[in-house]
Design a protein around this ligand. Structure first.
Ligand SMILES: [Mg+2]
Length: 243
């Protein structure tokens, strides 16, 4: 085992916010109905296809080609992002996601306890959403002030599992030694493999029903598995008591 843990980094979807199995085409309907009601069904499919093409490339390149941002989705789908319809449609899109963004109730006490132990807390999310939206969600749920640094791949060149994404997240919380950093996530390839390949320890939260086409074949053994986020604290304290 390695040094004392002084930073814990968390994935967002399926980790800090519990996994919901969603019809990702349907998630674009609220947008499409506002932008072009007459062709909403076709438009929702086109937006989903644009989004999915980016995710496919991100997976195929091991995260070297990042997630990009929603602007890229709209560009591929031929949306006029300068239009008033787009501005209103974006509000409908984000509202449609709201019920699926709620923070796990274990997060606030866990972050508070980690920080009380002198451990920095960070977030690294493969996401196309703007930072502002993620921060609004964290603010709504009383979490934002407990986060020392966050990397959203809508702002970066690469995404998980690429090493650059993990190094950026370390830098965001001021950590320099990956042997003293723990990563917590729900995906064996993106999160566990990604973190371990840069020398971090990885904790898996195995409750997400990740769609088969999003799963990458990988043979990894997480350093720990937890069934509730609150257990992350026990695992980290256990490691630190032996360090
Ligand atoms: Mg996740």
């Amino acid at each position: 085992m390695t040094g004392r843990v002084d930073a814990v980094l968390f994935d967002w979807g399926g980790t800090l916010t519990p996994w919901h199995s969603l019809d990702l085409v349907a998630q674009w309907y609220p947008y499409a109905q506002v932008y072009d009601a007459a062709r909403a069904k076709e438009l929702a499919q086109r937006l989903f296809d644009a989004e999915e093409s980016i995710w496919q490339r991100q997976r195929a390149t091991g995260g070297a080609a990042g997630t990009g941002n929603l602007e890229r989705v709209f560009e591929i789908a031929g949306i006029d992002t300068g239009s008033w319809q787009h501005a209103e449609a974006m509000e409908a899109y984000l509202e449609g996601w709201d019920p699926h963004t709620h923070t796990d109730p274990d997060v606030v006490p866990t972050f508070q306890a980690l920080r009380a132990d002198g451990i920095r807390v960070g977030v690294l999310s493969n996401t196309m959403w703007p930072r502002e939206h993620h921060e609004n969600v964290f603010e709504r749920d009383g979490v934002l002030h407990l986060i020392d640094g966050a990397v959203y791949t809508s702002e970066t060149v690469s995404g998980k599992p690429h090493a650059d994404a993990f190094h950026a997240a370390m830098a965001a919380v001021g950590a320099t030694d990956p042997a003293r950093v723990v990563f917590v996530g729900d995906r064996p390839w993106d999160d566990v493999h990604g973190a371990q390949q840069v020398g971090m320890r990885a904790i898996l939260v195995p409750h997400s029903d990740i769609p088969l086409h999003q799963q990458m074949p990988v043979d990894v053994t997480p350093d720990a598995v937890v069934h509730r986020l609150g257990e992350v604290l026990d695992v980290v304290r256990g490691w630190n008591s032996g360090a």
